[in-house]
Ligand binder design. Structure first.
Ligand code: MG
Length: 382
């Protein structure tokens, strides 16, 4: 019998391996405890109040912001990730406020124009240490949000920062101290971080089917060949003959999300039962991630991701837009590098020093831009 969510889930105590304030590695700059909030709730609130968070509203997920009002942006994507992660966290007795904080912050370092923008910026930064969006998300919360009198950045809890930094090159990991260690030692992050990583994949796999179909870049016949989509589509059609196409697609996607989320909860709960970790450090020391799909769902979910890569992210129309946005990022980078006073004074002043320093500040400035601001700057400087 499924548990009564009111009683068993919402009020159940945290699992011993959940992230907890009592075992947390804390904040880089110690602060007195908050009066009315837990520390992970406080992190979530700081993230929501940040400038970088508000800008997610005008940043591309797949479609450039001005292409239409109905497509996902980084903000609505982040909200969908949060909603999925919270459900799973409650079901597994993990820290809900921590997964909320990590989910809301996970894309803060994304450039304008989605992956094309980030690839372009990484190319521009080749001689200056490169550009990684995960690391940039951490830079945003650790340094770039200058809002508090007593410390740089948002001074978030260790576990929140651990969740934000989901990938990192060995070169950069070496410079991050304790937080970078796991990439060098190939250890795992806590369960909440693992969970947000998968909630991210569930969210984009499903909403990109919706957006891609709406944009006319994906055909129904192609989608039906995808096992995850096809099975649910056939089921809905059999149950509701005569349902119009739009509702049919929405109902299919809704069931796809339900299916993979349920699989994630059931499979992870079983694994946790076997391994019986006694603390978050036990989770960190396991050979591989404990939060995971069953092998069957893992396969169809990965299949859908590959399908989207081939057919949506590399679609001629998306590629044409990407080429255009890549040119804009290139041009902005060389323009600010040539004359840093083209940036606002706060950036211009910080850009003084070595070439590496200047390039990093220029990259920070460009990465922080919304799609529409980057386009306006490109037009101003052209
Ligand atoms: Mg994401």
């Amino acid at each position: 019998m499924p548990p009564d969510p009111e009683v068993s889930i919402a009020k159940a105590p945290l699992a011993p391996y959940a992230a907890m304030e009592s075992t947390s590695r804390g904040r880089r700059h110690p602060e007195p405890a908050a009066t009315y909030r837990g520390e992970y709730q406080r992190d979530r609130d700081r993230i929501i109040h940040s400038t970088a968070f508000r800008r997610l509203m005008y940043k591309t997920q797949v479609f450039v912001n001005h292409e239409g009002d109905l497509y996902r942006t980084r903000l609505t994507h982040s909200l969908e990730v949060t909603q999925i992660a919270r459900t799973v966290a409650l079901a597994l007795h993990l820290s809900e406020p921590l997964v909320e904080a990590v989910s809301l912050a996970h894309d803060l370092g994304h450039t304008p124009f989605g992956h094309a923008g980030q690839d372009a910026l990484n190319t521009c930064m080749q001689d200056y240490g490169g550009f990684e969006h995960n690391l940039q998300s951490l830079r945003v919360v650790d340094e770039l949000e200058a809002k508090y009198a007593e410390f740089p950045g948002l001074n978030l809890m260790y576990e929140t920062r651990e969740g934000i930094l989901k990938h990192c090159s060995a070169r950069n990991a070496r410079e991050l101290g304790e937080l970078g260690q796991r990439f060098l030692e190939r250890r795992q992050p806590g369960a909440e971080a693992q969970l947000v990583n998968l909630a991210d994949a569930i969210a984009y796999n499903n909403h990109d089917v919706d957006d891609g179909f709406r944009a006319g870049l994906l055909e129904l016949d192609q989608l039906r060949e995808q096992p995850l989509f096809g099975a649910h589509y056939d089921e809905v059609r059999a149950a509701y003959p005569g349902l119009d196409d739009r509702r049919l697609i929405y109902e299919t996607i809704r069931r796809m999300i339900g299916h993979v989320v349920t699989d994630l909860i059931v499979n992870t709960a079983a694994k946790l039962g076997e391994v019986a970790p006694a603390s978050i450090d036990d989770i960190r020391n396991l050979d591989g991630p404990v939060v995971s799909f069953s092998p069957a769902v893992q396969e169809v979910h990965a299949g859908l991701k590959n399908f989207l890569r081939e057919n949506l992210y590399r679609h001629a129309r998306v590629r044409a837009m990407n080429d255009r946005t890549r040119e804009m990022v290139d041009m902005l980078f060389s323009s600010y590098m040539a004359d840093t006073s083209r940036m606002p004074a706060w950036f211009d002043q910080r850009a003084r020093g070595s070439d590496d320093r200047r390039a990093r500040v220029v990259a920070d400035y460009i990465a922080g831009m919304t799609d529409r601001f980057a386009i306006a700057e490109f037009e101003r400087l052209a």
